[in-house]
Design a protein around this ligand. Structure first.
Ligand SMILES: *[C@@H]1O[C@H](CO)[C@@H](O)[C@H](O)[C@H]1NC(C)=O
Ligand SMILES: *[C@@H]1O[C@H](CO)[C@@H](O)[C@H](O)[C@H]1NC(C)=O
Ligand SMILES: *[C@@H]1O[C@H](CO)[C@@H](O)[C@H](O)[C@H]1NC(C)=O
Ligand SMILES: *[C@@H]1O[C@H](CO)[C@@H](O)[C@H](O)[C@H]1NC(C)=O
Ligand SMILES: *[C@@H]1O[C@H](CO)[C@@H](O)[C@H](O)[C@H]1NC(C)=O
Ligand SMILES: *[C@@H]1O[C@H](CO)[C@@H](O)[C@H](O)[C@H]1NC(C)=O
Ligand SMILES: *[C@@H]1O[C@H](CO)[C@@H](O)[C@H](O)[C@H]1NC(C)=O
Ligand SMILES: [Zn+2]
Length: 920
């Protein structure tokens, strides 16, 4: 599954609040007394469903079960009674059995007596209601030529198969599935395997081939009027099709091309052919989809924006997202589907691999996208943010209830999981890593997995590389403990001493330590930063001493950022690095290490390890650096400060002025007028640099963006897709013409293209007009406005991500939480992000009051989430109090009493706004 949403928030280290910890935790797990082998599932759909007139279906499931514990007088499996009513249960097709469903969705079937048989079969007849919240077996609709079309589709991961049919809904209980669906003739049914349709008088029946042995969460079926296009390629020897609503037929080309290429690369990489177990692949774009995409075996589903591409309307970023999301889901066909995490507590065994291959498989077919390098800024850096707070969980974290299970689909499982795997790749070397993975997949095929199986397989091919260490020992702390190390380097003469501690906001009572692979480069090295193998190891509870070349001017640890850790140096060593970075070609310091230094110094300053003065001195090299990677780190570092301090405050103004100065060379290297869409990284850099330049108020950027917007309004020709968001956003942000917003909103309603809709949706939040922002939020809960419910939350987060929108979004939440809960389908998810934008104690108190006013029963989930969010908002505000002085000193801002600062900042803000209006 991919959980990322398109409007990526400036990530802040806020994790979803842990799920409720009730005083008595009910049992959500099934006993291992009975194992399912085979399911025969027959579903009868209602013809009214496809006319919007019915929401029900009926079904029969026959399950062949192996009896492990013959003394057990009952069988437990899952059925969610909110959506499923069990009509009858029969043993071996004859004996009627009594049954109950409890609040944890466990269906207990009473056998009455012990059994002597090794196997038995259960026939369960049930009625179901289609869900409408994009989970389980859900009903959805879209418009085609002004008529509503209805479809039913599934999203079972992680715990929703039980709301479609009774089953053993835990990943370890693998079985085969034979699915049969009775449906109206007007629609087509698809499932994991190939289907054969027979037509009867009024309806059709589609019978699907038996699936391989697999987990329930990977089962899928979709009944719709979608059409499909088959890839014409000899890259693979089995059919590969892309399906969607027919009006998007032209937009399937990219997926039709890249899908088979990626499957072929994965076939080659894993050494296990996809067609060994599956004989076709369908990739489907679903108009309403809660996750980003879902890896159902042989029937992968996506949000439209992650599968459909238009030459004319889509951006380079869209293109990269589509290819990488496809690679993520297709990698799951091996890592997740063929070999499945035993329980969700180690979800990273699925998601970490999918994240890793998202980059490294796509890299093989699009090498010019530099995804191997993008991995650092996208995944390592996101993981670093999330993994340095006290609430961060470990890769392996106990989960039991469905809400705990959902919460582990987080940055730690995905980004840290992927980062750890890349670290292991560099410990072993890429080819040893690959052969270890091949052995692992072979050994665990059609079975469950646990971390030890992975490390054992990798270890078996790599003993000699680790001296006295084995991978199981090395990886234990990385998997079982939260956090990551800060390695401190202390150089005296030619002697280097390394020590470690957890990099954490706050103190680490657990004194966590790791086995850390160390590589380094000295200024005298010939092949600087090329070697990413560990040259030595820093072991838990020991320091490491080694000697360096006398004539070396500097030493930098962690070549190309292979290891998942930060580095701090003694003052003299930092000064040497600072000077080296100012030399021609940065004295050979690799761009990934420059990106890392930028990310590290912002991180170290934020936690008080070094002063902001020192951090900014080291960052002076950015003035001459035009690397996408260095700057990507820098932009997030500055944006963090702006978010905490507010863009309108004196400090916020100083930070913007400071970054305007640093960015000049980069900004001038990627002007509006110089498009080069075939150069992927140039374009990525251009989009990043111009967005930031306009955001921090570089005059020529604002003028150019406004010019683009006006040109669009007069000619009706949309700007270049890649620069469109910048033109739209700044066309609203910096224009006094309110009709620009209405103009863009009309354009949103009239386009049918998912990526253009998304671009406009995020740009609409850029206005500084509070009435418009509020109106926009009103639209997000009005189903007739044209905003799809899958996008409502993105609208909300886009609004509070605009500094001017925080108050608006908060008031909107307070006034409309009842409607938000129904139309967003989720209320809990929005509070962490909102509270993370708080900058004052006033806001915190308002949130406390709001929590108090809520019904504790009905809003218990929200209250838990909000309390977690409050905690991090409080520590954010404390952070500001603590570091404001240091930053004020750095910028030479006089420090009056705190109430005055507030007055001044408000004034400066108003003045700057007025100034803006006159300048334009
Ligand atoms: C499922 O159906 C097939 C025939 O389609 C039959 O051979 C098999 O025994 C059935 N399995 C169960 C568990 O009833
Ligand atoms: C379950 O399946 C096994 C293997 O196909 C078969 O031997 C057994 O008879 C089946 N049991 C029942 C009760 O259908
Ligand atoms: C799908 O769209 C194409 C092109 O617009 C059209 O030729 C075809 O008839 C449509 N098919 C269906 C089933 O609507
Ligand atoms: C498979 O990968 C290897 C490198 O791992 C490469 O040499 C070979 O050309 C690839 N084969 C195909 C068919 O892509
Ligand atoms: C699955 O793995 C377990 C543990 O290694 C093993 O005992 C079991 O036999 C395997 N099951 C199958 C079907 O291979
Ligand atoms: C660095 O090492 C020297 C010599 O061992 C020692 O005196 C000094 O305290 C160390 N500095 C830090 C910051 O640990
Ligand atoms: C320290 O370890 C305990 C027990 O494993 C855990 O509950 C706690 O959250 C840990 N503290 C931190 C800061 O990681
Ligand atoms: Zn995934």
């Amino acid at each position: 599954m991919i959980y990322k949403h398109l409007i990526l928030l400036l990530s802040s280290g806020v994790l979803l609040a842990p799920a409720d910890t009730a005083s008595e935790t009910p049992n959500y797990r099934l006993p291992k007394t009975h194992l399912p082998n085979e399911y025969n599932l027959t579903l009868k759909l209602n013809s009214g469903t496809f006319k919007g007139k019915s929401k029900t279906f009926t079904g029969t499931v026959i399950i062949n079960i192996t009896v492990l514990d013959k003394s057990s007088k009952e069988i437990k499996l899952h059925a969610d009674s909110t959506y499923i009513t069990v009509n009858s249960v029969k043993l071996n097709g004859v004996t009627e059995l009594s049954h109950t469903i409890d609040v944890t969705s466990i269906l207990t079937i009473d056998l009455g007596t012990e059994t002597t048989k090794d196997s038995l079969s259960l026939t369960i007849k049930f009625k179901g209601i289609h869900r409408e919240d994009m989970n389980g077996f859900y009903l959805s609709n879209y418009q085609e030529k002004n008529t509503a079309k209805y479809l039913v589709t599934t999203q079972f991961q992680p715990t929703h198969a039980r709301s479609a049919f009774p089953c053993f809904d835990e990943p370890e209980f693998k079985a085969t599935f034979q699915v049969k669906i009775e449906h109206p003739k007007s629609v087509t049914a698809l499932s994991n395997t190939k289907g054969t349709t027979t037509n009867e008088w009024f309806s059709s029946t589609t019978t699907f081939e038996k699936t391989p042995i697999m987990s329930t969460y990977l089962l899928a079926f979709i009944v719709s009027e979608f059409t499909c296009t088959e890839s014409k390629t000899d890259a693979i020897s089995f059919p590969h099709s892309v399906c969607s609503r027919n009006e998007t037929i032209e937009m399937r080309q990219l997926a039709l091309m890249d899908g088979p290429l990626i499957l072929a690369e994965l076939n080659n990489y894993t050494g296990i052919l996809y067609e060994t177990h599956m004989h076709k692949m369908h990739q489907l774009a679903i108009p309403d989809f809660s996750a980003g995409a879902m890896e159902n075996w042989g029937l992968v589903t996506y949000r439209e924006i992650y599968l459909l591409w238009s030459e004319k309307e889509s951006t380079n970023i869209n293109k990269q997202q589509i290819s990488t999301v496809i690679a993520h889901e297709l990698a799951h066909q091996w890592f997740g589907n063929l070999v499945t995490t035993r329980w969700w507590d180690t979800t990273f065994l699925n998601e970490g691999f999918a994240t890793y291959f998202e980059y490294f498989i796509t890299h093989k077919i699009h090498p010019d996208w530099e995804l191997d390098k993008q991995f650092i800024i996208d995944e390592y850096h996101s993981a670093f943010e999330a993994d340095c707070v006290i609430s961060a969980g470990a890769l392996k974290s106990n989960v039991s209830s469905p809400s705990e299970v959902s919460a582990i689909f987080n940055t730690i499982s995905y980004s840290k999981g992927g980062s750890i795997l890349r670290m292991v790749e560099h410990i072993l070397g890429s080819s040893v890593f690959q052969s270890g993975l091949q052995a692992y997949l072979k050994e665990r095929s059609l079975n469950y997995t646990e971390p030890k199986f992975l490390w054992e397989s990798l270890n078996a091919v790599s003993q000699s590389l680790l001296n006295d260490l084995d991978l199981n020992t090395v990886m234990k702390n990385w998997v079982e403990n939260p956090g990551y190390p800060l390695v401190t380097v202390n150089v005296t003469g030619n002697k280097v001493e390394l020590t470690q501690k957890r990099f954490l906001i706050g103190n680490d009572p657990n004194k966590t330590n790791w086995h850390i692979p160390i590589s380094y480069t000295q200024s005298t090295d010939k092949n600087k930063f090329a070697n990413t193998f560990p040259q030595t190891w820093l072991k838990p509870n020991e320091s490491l001493k080694f000697a360096v070349n006398e004539s070396s001017e500097w030493i930098i640890l962690n070549n190309q950022h292979a290891g998942y850790f930060r580095v701090n140096y003694d003052d003299v060593s930092w000064e040497k690095i600072r000077l080296a970075l100012k030399k021609d070609d940065f004295d050979g310091i690799h761009e990934l290490n420059r990106a890392q230094i930028a990310n590290d110094v912002f991180g170290l300053a934020k936690t008080g390890y070094i002063s902001y003065g020192k951090a900014f001195a080291i960052l002076e090299f950015l003035e001459t650096d035009v690397s996408y990677y260095s700057w990507s780190s820098a932009v997030s570092g500055f944006n963090y400060l702006l978010k905490r301090l507010g863009t309108g405050s004196t400090l916020g103004q100083s930070i913007q002025a400071h970054s305007r100065k640093l960015i000049t060379k980069l900004y001038e290297s990627v002007p509006f007028s110089k498009l080069n869409n075939t150069d992927h990284i140039y374009t990525a850099k251009q989009v990043m640099a111009l967005s930031y330049a306009c955001q921090i108020g570089i005059e020529s950027c604002k003028t150019a963006a406004l010019g683009e917007f006006d040109k669009y309004k007069t000619t009706k020709i949309r700007p270049d897709p890649n620069l469109r968001k910048i033109a739209y956003c700044n066309g609203l942000r910096y224009s006094k013409d309110k009709s620009n917003w209405e103009y863009l909103w009309d354009s949103y309603k009239s386009t049918d293209d998912a990526s253009e809709k998304m671009t406009i949706l995020s740009a609409l939040s850029c206005t500084t007009d509070k009435e418009l922002l509020n109106k926009y939020l009103e639209f997000s809960i009005d189903s007739s406005s044209g905003i799809r419910s899958q996008d409502s939350l993105s609208v909300f987060s886009a609004v509070y991500s605009n500094f001017d929108g925080v108050e608006v979004a908060f008031n909107f939440l307070k006034n409309n939480y009842v409607q938000i809960k129904t139309s967003y389908k989720s209320l809990n998810a929005l509070v962490a992000g909102l509270a993370d934008t708080f900058t004052t104690n006033g806001q915190i108190n308002e949130l406390k009051e709001f929590i108090k006013s809520l019904d504790t029963q009905e809003y218990s989930g929200f209250i838990t989430a909000a309390k977690g969010a409050l905690k991090s908002a409080e520590s954010n505000v404390e952070w500001v109090e603590k570091y404001k002085k240091e930053l004020n000193e750095y910028y030479g801002i006089p420090q009056p009493g705190s109430s005055c600062i507030l007055m001044i900042s408000v004034n400066v803000f108003v003045i700057s706004l007025i100034g803006l209006l006159f300048l334009i």
